[in-house]
Structures are given as C-alpha cells and as structure tokens.
Design a protein around this ligand. Structure first.
Ligand code: F0G
Length: 355
C-alpha cells in the first residue's frame, strides 16, 4: 500500500506529522473512521447536512487512538521504557493498548469511582498498572505531571504535543472525504485537547491550500463540568458523562483560541439533555455512543430551539467513544426491565401481538 492510499494515519499523513526515519510505523488500525450522514437529526434542525464522524470505530473504541499511536511511537523512538497518563478512562485504555503494541510498560492514574467499567476493563486486560486516587481527573493529571519530572516515563496525556498532532488527522480525513471543510465542527470538550487538535488540523490544511474556509468550532461541555463556559475552574465537577468530568482543562487557552478565531462557541448542556441526545442517536441513527458524545448533539438541538438557522450549514459531529464502554449508564436509563418468561402466549401479550 503506498502512503497516500493507506488508511493508517502515520503513513497517510506523514507529511504533516513529526515522523523521522527512526519512528516505528506500527499500527493497530487507528484512523480511517466512517463519516456517516444523519437520517433524522439533519431534518430536525433543518441543516444542509449533518454527518457523524464515528471515532468509536478506532481500535480501543475512542478517538484517543489517533493521538496515542503518535505519542507512543515517539516515546519508543526516544528510548522510553514506560508511558504514564491520568485519565477519565479512554486515554488509559488507549495508552495501555499502544504500550502493549510497542512493548512498553503503562501506568495510569484515574479518579476512583468515576471510570466507566468497560474502560477500566480495557486498561486491566492490556496490562496497565492502575492507581486509583481519591480525587478528580484534574488531581490525577497534576500528580502525573509531578511524577514524570523525576522518573523515566513519558507522559501521554494531551499536554504531550504528539497527541495533538495525531488527533488533528481527524480533521484531515473529514476534509479529504467531503472535499471541503464543514461549516460547523461540533465536538465534546473535556480536557480540551481534541478541539485544539481539530483546529490545528483545519488550519494546517488551509495553509497547505487544501481548503479555503475554516469551520466554526462548536464545543460543548456538561453543565456540571463547564469551566470554559463559566470562565472559572470547577472544583467538584459533576456529570453523568464521566469522560468529560473535568474542572480545569489542560488545553483551556488553546480551546478559547479555537472558539474565538473560528467565530465559534463553547456552551454547556445539562445531563438531561445529554441523556436525551444519547438515546436519540441510538434509536434514530443506530449509533451507540458513550454519554460524552451526546453533548454536541444535545448542543445542536439546543441551538435550534434557541432559533439558530442551520439552513445552509454542513455540520460534522465527532462521535468520540463507544457506548459499550459504559454499560452501567445504558442499563440505568432502561425503563422496561426484561422478565425471564418462556410462554409464547405471555410474550405475545407483553408485546401486544397476536398469538
Ligand atoms: N469524548 C470522550 C469519549 C472522551 O473520553 C474525552 C476525554 C472527550 C470526549 C473530551 O476530549 O479531553 O480532548 O476535550 N477523555 C479524556 C480521558 C480526558 O482521560 O480519556 P478532550
């Protein structure tokens, strides 16, 4: 496969990435994720088009894999023996998978009690050493940063610029497929690395003359964890969307630049709005995403309700992670519990069918 036709990002976008002759080009199949058109949402908000970029199709089920392949490849190239991250779950799953692929050790620090079960299971099975702390993600990241200074490990949170470089390839793929930039890029915001990465990607494609116009960056935070929206750190962030339960984002400044320079916005949506959108895209679009991914969908519905005119707007929503990672949330909102019965007549009665 030659580099331009490869779906694997390190090969396909090598020109835009910090790759040298020494960078190992291993892959778990990250990138090349589907861009699918909406069936109902686009009509409902009366937009020119709405697409979902299904980042849940990455090898560990989240967008983190794009950044992690780059960060771990560079860590390996620079002689690291181990990687470390703080995480709300997905970063730890991704870091430990890529560490395994490259033969490195992985260490993760997570906030106790606030990691979705599937993500924790991934880190355990990939062989990470997990430290669970009595504190938030923000505390975990502070500890991780203080530990790398005195130990021979590479920090692979999005404060590592290689993570941002890997993740910006999501923007490249969207443009390559649509042959243009969207008008609005809609994305959940937690530690704010991904909005920073997409903005960087679109700008690099503009500099390379692949697009003329940049999209408006629309970020959405959960109302109980919306420091950028209220312009103030949140000491005790709280939301059902544990992936974005963050009160002091590391890439706060660059997220503001993406918002302001793109004439965009960063707003918040409530947990109720998140759960509504989470169920809606599952039932109407066939997309089982994790709750954080529903924030931008909820945001679009909210902006429509406020009267925003989407008529000529082509929109891309980044669906950042898989719903399978968080079965507890999925089951907690199910109202019709399934009873164990075997009689076909009784089953037909429950379903309101003939027998
Ligand atoms: N969506 C999902 C599914 C996430 O896991 C995250 C972040 C975000 C959105 C927000 O992205 O932080 O770049 O603004 N998860 C991190 C983690 C914090 O540790 O897995 P961001």
């Amino acid at each position: 496969m030659n580099s331009s036709s490869s779906r694997f990002i390190l090969e396909r976008y090598s020109k835009f990435l910090p790759i040298t002759d020494q960078t190992p080009l291993l892959t778990l199949g990250e990138g090349g994720t589907p861009l699918v058109r909406s069936r109902t949402l686009e009509n409902e908000i009366d937009a020119a088009a709405v697409y979902f970029k299904l980042e849940l199709s990455n090898p560990t089920g989240s967008f983190k894999d794009r950044g992690m392949i780059m960060a771990v490849a560079k860590a390996y190239e620079n002689g690291a023996k181990a990687v470390l991250c703080a995480s709300t779950g997905n970063t730890s799953a991704s870091a430990s998978a890529y560490a395994a692929k490259f033969g490195l050790e992985s260490y993760v620090i997570v906030p106790s009690g606030f990691i979705a079960m599937g993500k924790l299971a991934q880190a355990i099975v990939y062989g990470a050493k997990i430290v669970s702390i009595d504190g938030s993600f923000d505390d975990s990241l502070k500890i991780a940063i203080s530990l790398v200074e005195k130990n021979n490990v590479t920090l692979v949170n999005s404060v590592n610029p290689n993570r941002i470089d890997g993740q910006k390839t999501g923007a490249f793929e969207i443009v390559d497929e649509l042959q243009d930039a969207p008008d609005i890029l809609c994305i959940p915001v937690g530690n704010a690395g991904n909005i920073t990465a997409y903005w960087k990607g679109f700008n690099e494609y503009k500099d390379a003359k692949k697009i003329k116009n940049l999209p408006m960056m629309w970020g959405f935070q959960a109302a109980g964890a919306a420091p950028i929206v209220i312009d103030k750190k949140v000491d005790n962030p709280s939301t059902i969307a544990t992936a974005i339960r963050i009160g002091n984002p590391a890439s706060w400044d660059s997220a503001k630049i993406a918002r302001d320079d793109s004439n965009g916005l960063i707003e918040s949506v409530t947990d109720e709005e998140i759960i509504f959108a989470y169920q809606k895209i599952a039932k109407e679009e066939g997309i089982f995403a994790e709750p954080a991914c529903a924030a931008p969908i909820a945001g679009l519905l909210k902006k429509k309700k406020e009267g925003y005119n989407f008529k000529d707007k082509k929109i891309v929503c980044i669906v950042t992670g898989s719903g399978l990672k968080d079965p507890d949330t999925a089951l907690s909102i199910q109202s019709n519990k399934i009873d164990a019965i075997a009689d076909p007549g009784e089953i037909a009665k429950i379903l309101n069918w003939n027998y």
